[in-house]
Structures are given as C-alpha cells and as structure tokens.
Write a protein of this length. Structure first.
Length: 346
C-alpha cells in the first residue's frame, strides 16, 4: 500500500509587462517537492486521564495519521539543506541499511538528496536517525509554508541550536511535535466520550500485537521472536527492517492513526515545557515489546539520533498552504511588475 505523500508543484507562472527575460526567468524555475500530511482529528475534549496519569487533553487537536516518511524528509532536505548548516542529514540515513533510505550527493552548498531503493523504494517508510531538533526544524518548515521557509523560527525558536535545552513550542504554533498527553490520547484512548477509557495498545486491543504485515487486526512492526519484515529470528546485516507507514492496514488506533505501536519510536514534547530532555514513545522494529499504555516510553536528550527514532507531527489549527511569497519576490527580482495570473497544480 503506497502512501508516499510528496507531490510536485511548479512554481507559479507569472506574466510581466516588461522584458521577455523576466518571463523566461520564471518559467525556467524548477519543480519543487511539496509535502502533504494526512491528519486525523482527536476530539473528545476534556477527557479523563488514564490510571497512569497520562492522556487528558483539554482541546481538540490534529495529529498525523502516519509517521513522517523518508520521502517527506527528503523533500525537506532538498528545500533547506543544500549546505546543511544544522546537520539535518545523518550519514546513517544512507549507510545503515537496516533503516537507510536517503542518499546525498554533491558538496556543501550544492547538496542534493534522493530516496534510496533499499529492498524496494524507501519513500513510504518512516524517517529515523533524526534528533528532536531535526523534527522541530521540519515542524518550523511546515509552519512557514515549506519551500524556502525558515527552519529557525515559527513553531519553535531554535536560533541555530542543535544541542542543549529543547525550547517549548511557541504560542500559535500551527504544526508542532505533540506533547506526551496528545500522543498518548491519539494512541490509546477509545474515544466517544470523556470517560471512554484506554486500550493497552495503539491497535485498539488489550492483547500484545502480532507482527504480520497486511490486513490482520492487532499487528505492528516489532520483534516478537521474529522480525516483522523477514519473519525470521536472525538479524541479517544489510537487511531493511522498516515497513511502509500504514502497512498494517487494520491495526489503527481509535482515531485512525497507524504505527503508534512499533515501527520507530517517536519524539514527543513531554509536558510541553522547555528542558534538557524529550520523550520517545511507541516502540521499534528491533525491540522485543511495544510500548503499552501502562509502560510509556523513555527520556532522551533532544540531540539523540538512532535508527529506531523518528517522529510524527501534530496541529492545533489548519495547516497553511505552501507559501508563494518567495516565488513572487523572485519574479520581481527578474524585472517583472504586472501580475496577471497564478495557477497552482497538485
């Protein structure tokens, strides 16, 4: 099942009243990848906590249906990391084949990034080897309309930091990393009221999941004596162990999210305050159990990067469309003045 959520958008065509050179300058602009996130709404505002003390969220919010994919992160890198000032690309993304999916070519200032074929296309598999700071920069880029959008301000004020304390999300953040309560509610809450209760697993089940890929219920990508991808107990060097997001098609949470049990652990913002640590939750393809609602996650420094840690985003408001401001300014720089028409193609 393919869920590669990157499409290509031609920058707006703009016709100007002066100079054929201005027109040609714009028409020659390259296609640019656009990331689209599938959101689900988590309602039942004001729900009660679980017995663990987690899960209560006062307001409705949206959370990504799937983990952020390798294809989406590749589009992000190509948009903002030609120089890669903030080390958004970890070389393990191209060399550690258990979870690899992105190759880099060129030199600093002109880096380009491509989705790898690693036992099949990696585009729809979850990104990993990303720090919390990487995830926050991706959130800023989405908040700022993608394209050449700023990675240092918006949802989070990062100011060049790649280590140290993680800042809290800014007021008015449109796309952000979920708090642990938001993540927990999306994963385990049964929904349908404010005292509906919680499942043990993010697959709408109180029983430990299996790990068979496909349409079976209560399945997830983790090690339960055998690896999900190979159905073998042997850890084979060079084998890809990631599954496409949503590959367990009948194992979603009550709100419709996939892979919150297993696949890769996901960053969260803990209680939302700034601090020296951030949470990871969910489970991973190599780990022997999945996080249940009674054994929630772990704490890491926000600069940690492993082949089993990725992220998904949340949103409190409608996600803004990709900005066209940068392309319009580029047109003016080419010498144009009279804007006749803008057309956006998906």
């Amino acid at each position: 099942m393919k869920r590669f959520s990157v499409s290509f958008v031609r920058l707006p065509r703009v016709v100007f009243s002066v100079g054929m050179a201005s027109l040609l300058c714009l028409l020659a602009a390259p296609a640019r990848a656009q990331v689209t996130i599938d959101w689900v709404t988590v309602g039942d505002s004001g729900n009660a906590n679980d017995t663990t003390g987690y899960g209560a969220v006062n307001d409705a919010f949206r959370i990504a249906k799937f983990e952020t994919t390798i294809g989406q992160y590749t589009a992000f890198l190509n948009a903002v990391a030609a120089t890669d000032t903030y080390a958004l690309y970890n070389p393990n993304m191209g060399s550690l084949l258990s979870a690899a999916g992105i190759s880099r070519s060129g030199s600093s200032g002109s880096y380009t990034y491509s989705v790898m074929n690693n036992a099949g296309s990696s585009a729809d598999r979850p990104i990993s080897n990303v720090s919390w700071f990487d995830a926050a920069r991706f959130a800023n880029w989405m908040h700022n309309g993608q394209g050449s959008g700023d990675t240092e301000t918006g949802a989070y004020t990062l100011s060049g930091a790649t280590s140290g304390n993680a800042p809290a999300a800014n007021s008015g953040a449109q796309v952000y990393i979920p708090t642990v309560n938001q993540w927990y509610k999306a994963a385990y809450y049964k929904g349908g009221g404010t005292n509906a209760g919680y499942w043990d697993n993010a697959t709408q089940s109180d029983s430990p999941p299996g790990n068979t890929i496909g349409s079976g219920t209560n399945q997830a990508n983790y090690y339960n004596g055998v690896f999900s991808v190979t159905q073998s107990a042997n850890n084979v060097s060079g084998q890809n162990y990631l599954t496409d997001v949503g590959a367990f098609t009948n194992s979603q949470s009550a709100y419709g999210t996939f892979d919150q049990s297993g696949s890769v652990w996901e960053w969260n913002d803990l209680a939302g305050a700034a601090g020296p640590t951030r949470g990871i939750v969910g489970g991973a393809w190599w780990y022997g159990t999945v996080d249940s609602s009674s054994a929630i996650g772990d704490i890491y420094g926000p600069s940690a990067e492993y082949d089993s840690i990725g992220f998904r985003l949340a949103s409190a408001v409608a996600v803004p469309e990709p900005s066209t401001c940068a392309s319009l300014l580029a047109g003016l720089a080419c010498g144009g003045y009279s804007l006749f028409r803008r057309r956006r193609v998906r």
